[in-house]
Design a protein around this ligand. Sequence first.
Ligand code: SME
Length: 165
Amino acid sequence: MSEDAFVQILSEIRKFAESANDLASLQSFIVEIIPQRLPYYNWTGFYMLDPEDSNILVLGPFRGAPTEHIRIPVSEGICGAAVAQGASILVDDVASDRRYLACSIETRSEIVIPVRVHGEIVGEIDIDSHEPAAFSPRDKEFLEECAAIVGGFMERIQAQATSPR
Ligand code: SME
């Protein structure tokens, strides 16, 4: 993938985040634009920690095949492992990873990137590809930047919600 594509997508996401009013619209913009520009991103979605139970990830906006994994305990799946380990996880071959929870039989590789607010994980971006080993260190860096934009946006709207008028 050309370097320009990553730079251009990040610039558009940053611009959208500056004027977005709510988290869901920013997340929806991200899951729309990324697979449009990066065709090997076959499933792109957010899982956010349940505010009522921080041991459960809840499916948010996504693009791709519907998944049965609407709620994932942090003790399960590659999605759960990213929260439990507090780190991005890149799996080149999902068939050889015992943690993997299948979403589509076509999925061959996966990457999960935590979203942090003031350093605390609040959710994650999850991407599946039909290609084996689809994601490079540059994809990881790109997605970590997307996650940082989302975390920064959440910090801003939280600060606005609690600031005196
Ligand atoms: N594969 C994930 C589950 C979510 S679906 O891919 C959409 C996992 O192993 O946690």
